[in-house]
Ligand binder design. Structure first.
Ligand code: ADP
Length: 296
């Protein structure tokens, strides 16, 4: 290769995988927009947590990634949006589905086939993939989410956690580079929720998938997210690393967000005059700080 060309390619900055520029959206007949003047970008492989109080616009934002907004919901939209090289304003949802997998809060509503194997293969069939490839993808996706052996089971008869993992397998089989998960554990018991969260963490860590996760589980955000987008009343309140978000108690109070419990303890210690060498946001970090302070 021509050296000057290779230099040129190296120096050329890749565009972000996702880019929102001043995006505003109002549902049809709504008097005020659900999301207002939202701008941010996401690099490939990032793990983004989307947090905020109820009604902040988190689900609305999720539907923008795969073109459901505005294409299926209608309404009025302005600004610019780029997702994996696609334009969700223009490109159809089948095109976007190859780049973005959306898992909603209640997976049951996304499942309609008579068996697990048919459910996971459905999206691949729509892509027109050869049978061999479909079977390979289905078995790989089921293995990844821990549902090998469930192929012939009826999706409706699975537990809530298994259904949520099945919904993840369905989008994973389509091999999108971005997974958007809207409160995937809010209706699950703690064990089922943990299993789903572990699958999400592995999607990012082992497969390099870019994750956009809406969650109220702040411990999980503190442990896994690279960055947090904090939405409030339809506006992007803050876009920063979890440590910066969870140590800003004034901001959290205004946004009606409760940080991980360890942060509340650290905050109380600080308020009571203790000098902290750091402001940890995870249990592991807290133990380390307590050790340094010679309390553990
Ligand atoms: P969150 O996910 O943060 O709870 P949503 O995106 O669901 O917030 O809602 C943001 C705003 O948009 C709320 O005021 C909500 O009432 C409104 N909204 C949500 N879905 C619809 C819809 N299909 N039609 C009209 N308004 C909606």
């Amino acid at each position: 290769m021509d050296i000057s060309l290779s230099f040129h390619l190296k120096d050329k900055k890749m565009p972000p995988l996702i880019e929102f520029q001043h995006v505003t959206y109002a549902y049809s007949k709504a008097s005020i927009p659900a999301i207002k003047d939202i701008s941010f970008s996401v690099e490939k492989g990032e793990f983004i947590a989307l947090i905020g109080p109820s009604g902040a616009g988190k689900s609305t934002l999720c539907y923008c990634f795969n073109g459901s907004i505005p294409q299926l919901f209608g309404g009025t939209m302005s600004g610019n949006l780029q997702v994996a090289g696609c334009d969700p304003f223009q490109d159809g949802t089948p095109v976007l589905a190859q780049h973005v997998g959306l898992v909603v809060q209640n997976a049951r509503t996304q499942l309609f086939n008579v068996s697990v194997i048919q459910e996971v293969g459905f999206g691949c069939e729509n892509l027109g993939l050869p049978r061999e490839e479909i079977l390979k993808r289905v078995s790989g996706a089921l293995e990844f989410v821990g549902l090998t052996g469930f192929e012939d089971r009826e999706p409706g008869a699975l537990s809530g956690g298994q259904q949520q993992r099945l919904a993840i397998a369905c989008v994973l089989a389509m091999n999108p580079e971005i997974l958007v998960l809207d409160e995937p554990t809010s209706e699950l018991d703690p064990i089922g929720g943990e299993q789903v969260m572990e699958v999400i963490a592995r999607l990012n860590r082992e497969l390099g998938k870019t994750i956009i996760l809406v969650t109220h589980d702040m411990d999980f955000v503190a442990k896994y997210a690279d960055r947090v987008l904090l939405l409030c009343d339809g506006s992007l309140f803050m876009n920063d690393v979890p440590q910066k978000i969870f140590s800003n108690f004034e901001l959290l109070k205004n946004a009606r967000i409760r940080p991980p419990q360890v942060c509340e303890i650290m905050h109380d210690l600080k308020e009571n005059g203790y000098h902290l060498p750091d402001f940890p946001i995870t249990l592991e970090g807290t133990l380390q700080v307590l050790k340094e302070m010679q309390y553990a």
